[in-house]
Write a protein that binds this ligand. Sequence first.
Ligand code: ADP
Ligand code: MG
Length: 401
Amino acid sequence: MESSELAGTVTQSMAKEDASIDPYFHLILNDDLAENNWPKVLDEYKKQPKHSLMAQTMSKALFDKLKNVQSSSGWTIARAINTGVCYPDSFVGCHAGDLDSYKVFKDLFYPVIEKYHVGYKLDGSMKHVTSMDPEHIKVDLTDEAKSIIVSTRIRCARNLAMFPLNTSGSLKTRMEISDSMEAIFKEMSSSDEYKDLGGTFFRHTTMTKEEEQKLIDDHFLFKGKDKMQAASGYHRFWPHGRGIFCSNDKKFLLWINEGDHLRIISMEQSGDIKGVLRRLHRGAVAIEHYLKKKYDVKDVFMSDPILGMITCCPSNLGTGLRASVHCRVPKLIKKIGFQKIDELARSMKCQARGTMGEHSEVTDTVDVSNWRRLGFPEHELVQDMIKCINKFAEMECSMED
Ligand code: ADP
Ligand code: MG
């Protein structure tokens, strides 16, 4: 092995022999990648009609060009593409280990980013923009749309500039982040300015299995358990350093070290999209304020003028924003099916998911959210979602029972 990042890792062959290795949590490297060789399975995947954005971009020549390059924190091309090599169904299929990864492996990442964030160009002609002010939202929900909405959730992904991304992070960095955030929540909860966002921090290491499951079932908490995410290194050292902060009214939440260091979340059981965005904006400002105070640095969040907020997965770059509503569309699901609903959503720059999150099942309700996150201000991305729900509501309400 030529790279220190690959040394001592578990390989697919080793995992087959050892029942204690859990693909839902452990980082398991493809056998070829563990030897820093071109992964032969990619030749097969590339013959299929549909393959990940990584497989569309990666070639043996590109792999050979990048295989001995390392980012400033030691990220390698083998680690970057492991998810897409192990799981041909993954949509993006590659991850970064730090900000520098996006630069030193740009031959891979830039085409992937342009393919994902349709309309964004990385030739220097465009810049990341941000504006969370809900008053800039120009499109309203129709009455039909209001009648089908169950709940609204808007989140933004953030990573702390002082630490490596969790894909390349250690147990120590995860613990330092969760300890810092716990102290910040305490300070925030007892402040005059932000006490309405105050609440309690729950750690995975101290909550019971029942408490954890209840938070997952109520749509507040991440499940962890995901093979594709595990192959990026997200879940290493699980459950240490993981947790969730919940405000007393459970409308303002923070995920700690799920994949990205922070997912700042605002949600409620209503269709008040502007209100949910307003709370997220305020909460994000508060967290940044306390982080700056603690670390005494100007830019606490890892960011770049062109790529925006830096995240492990290229799909979350930019605003890191996913604004979603759960909407009840039983007739639409029955008539055209989930696949068609998702295709329609994609044609409107949105995405449909099951209501238990990514890759989850669909019954009578779908999760509709913005698709793009980079190059457009938050209020415009929220608008993409509103237009899509209005369309689905119109279709649902005009259908016979
Ligand atoms: P993320 O993009 O933040 O990773 P996921 O798709 O993994 O989100 O979903 C995380 C959790 O958030 C899931 O339990 C999901 O049910 C919940 N969720 C997402 N959108 C909504 C919404 N509009 N209302 C209620 N819960 C939601
Ligand atoms: Mg997710």
